[in-house]
Write a protein that binds this ligand. Structure first.
Ligand SMILES: *[C@@H]1O[C@H](CO)[C@@H](O)[C@H](O)[C@H]1NC(C)=O
Ligand SMILES: *[C@@H]1O[C@H](CO)[C@@H](O)[C@H](O)[C@H]1NC(C)=O
Ligand SMILES: *[C@@H]1O[C@H](CO)[C@@H](O)[C@H](O)[C@H]1NC(C)=O
Ligand SMILES: *[C@@H]1O[C@H](CO)[C@@H](O)[C@H](O)[C@H]1NC(C)=O
Ligand SMILES: *[C@@H]1O[C@H](CO)[C@@H](O)[C@H](O)[C@H]1NC(C)=O
Length: 478
């Protein structure tokens, strides 16, 4: 009996967290303190995290946590990494530095982020492979070759099936980057490093209004895609297996594959909302927990959800939804039920603890504002310097009237500027209120208080003053 219970407990633990990671992006106007984020990861049993850089404050917060880390070299630094000495230096400064008792458990270095996206116009097509090569070789030279692998998180548009035979088994890498992909795959194989792919069923839906909605989820479809003996009922499996086939065509059908990003946004588009995100994760998480894999790759897949937190200064070039991928809101509070153990319990993840907010003050359009001729310009200004993506078509605040729009924009700017009095003026059109002016389904947020940056500076200023006084006092005490 006891062993059955321990067996069960063990099973639950294994099902719960084995392999499930999250992407921790930090493109936010007001960041949660990294320590609070790490605590939140621990509180939810998340033991793998993927970063988009190797930022020292993030890394220090992760030190000693035991959380496994994939750190990253941004695309902009790829060309520098084509010089071996620079790559060695990068490894010394961003990897070796954290290799001590109580340091950071680094498992992977992501070289670039989706560098072959067609929208990048081949900007990184000639630098990605040399950078990968240099980073892994530098890791090997530093003695980490067995424990730390370099990989390149790629976008799912690096491969496709021909239009004439749109099935996963016909998958091939894009002809224009086939030489680069071949080099990369051979090199990864040689170093026993995994292939990393980002898969976004949401983007399939976003890109094509005729895309069958149900196919983006995991609940079954009336017309599966028949591929030889396999029936594909969701685009995640189909996409993943298209990659498996592309690798197989190069002779590496068994290469390990990591899903670097997968998730569903909750605002900024008609298909981005909590209900769909809930539906998506309720399909995905039980499959991952049960190590279901895909038809061509049954078994465990290492997966990183995208993302941890909403990021309100992310580029919206791909779409307004970009700032709303978090499984947590900007302030580390959960958005919808999520059971990482895959058991579909209706419970929330544990939110960030002890979050400090700015005071309960909002900025709104003056109810008695008369001359509205400059309202449009002022809204544009506010939205240029803050995040108004919730106002767009299909988004949570799209139902506001023109006055509501103005208040929303003014408040977002006011919060972004730390509620500075002067940030709620707008040529006399705006006024501060202590009433919560949120509307049904449209929250007018209060930002989190700027983190330690000010309190970090105060002690050092104090220290400087003390040093100053000691130094002027010294001659007298001698
Ligand atoms: C690597 O470390 C250096 C030195 O701390 C830092 O300046 C640099 O930003 C780090 N690289 C990345 C990609 O974060
Ligand atoms: C790629 O090219 C298009 C068209 O020439 C241009 O509009 C776009 O800004 C370019 N993107 C990048 C990242 O260079
Ligand atoms: C990449 O290298 C090839 C071959 O040397 C060259 O033809 C191409 O212009 C380069 N592309 C870019 C974007 O630098
Ligand atoms: C509010 O702003 C959004 C986004 O700019 C716009 O689509 C919408 O039409 C505006 N609504 C009104 C009533 O002006
Ligand atoms: C304001 O009201 C909204 C909607 O009821 C709520 O979600 C939000 O938490 C409230 N904000 C504050 C600071 O109380």
């Amino acid at each position: 009996m006891l062993s059955r219970i321990t067996g069960l407990v063990f099973l639950v633990l294994v099902l719960g967290v084995d392999g499930l990671g999250v992407n921790w992006g930090t493109m936010a106007n007001h960041k949660l303190p990294p320590k609070a984020v790490v605590q939140m990861l621990k509180d939810n049993g998340i033991n793998k995290v993927k970063l988009f850089d190797a930022d020292a404050t993030t890394m220090s917060a992760l030190a000693g946590s035991g959380i496994e880390v994939m750190l990253a070299i941004p695309n902009a630094d790829l060309s520098a990494m084509t010089t071996y000495s620079r790559a060695k230096d990068w490894v010394r400064r961003n990897v070796t530095r954290y290799n001590f008792q109580g340091g950071v458990t680094i498992k992977y270095v992501a070289v670039g982020n989706e560098p072959f996206l067609t929208s990048y116009n081949n900007s990184f097509v000639n630098t990605t492979f040399p950078a990968l090569q240099n980073i892994q070789n530098a890791l090997n030279e530093a003695g980490y070759g067995d424990s730390i692998k370099a990989t390149v998180p790629l976008n799912a548009d690096v491969y496709a099936s021909p239009e004439s035979n749109p099935v996963p088994s016909a998958g091939r890498f894009r002809p224009d980057i086939l030489p680069q992909m071949t080099q990369i795959v051979q090199f990864l194989n040689h170093n026993k490093a995994p292939f990393t792919i980002n898969i976004y069923p949401f983007l399939s839906l976003y890109a094509n209004e005729h895309f069958p909605l149900d196919y983006a989820f995991f609940d079954g479809v009336p017309n599966p895609i028949a591929d030889n003996a396999i029936q594909y009922t969701n685009v995640f499996d189909a996409n993943f297996d298209t990659l498996v086939s592309s690798l197989k065509a190069l002779g590496f059908g068994d290469m390990e594959i990591i899903v670097g990003e997968v998730g569903w946004p909750t605002d900024g588009d008609r298909n981005a909302n909590n209900n769909y995100a809930l539906r998506f994760y309720r399909g995905l998480l039980p499959r991952l927990a049960a190590n279901k894999g895909t038809p061509l790759r049954p078994g465990y897949i290492e997966v990183y959800l995208f993302g941890l937190l909403d990021e309100d200064i992310k580029s919206v070039a791909p779409g307004n939804f970009e700032r709303h991928w978090g499984i947590f809101k900007y302030d580390g509070q959960p958005k919808f039920f999520m059971d990482l153990s895959g058991q579909l319990q209706d419970k929330y993840l544990v939110g960030a603890q002890n979050v400090n907010y700015l005071p309960n003050k909002w900025c709104m359009l003056k109810p008695d504002a008369k001359d509205l001729s400059q309202l449009g310009d002022n809204i544009n200004f506010a939205c240029t310097w803050s995040d108004c993506t919730a106002l767009g078509y299909g988004s949570s605040c799209n139902g506001l009237d023109a006055n509501g729009n103005a208040s929303y924009a003014f408040n977002m700017y006011f919060q972004a500027m730390n509620q500075k009095d002067t940030a709620c003026f707008f040529k006399g059109l705006a006024v501060i209120t202590d009433q919560n002016i949120s509307q049904p389904n449209c929250v007018f947020p209060i930002q989190i208080a700027a983190t330690s940056s000010s309190s970090k500076h105060t002690p050092s200023l104090l220290l400087l003053l003390i040093i100053f006084f000691i130094s002027i006092a010294l001659p007298f005490s001698r």
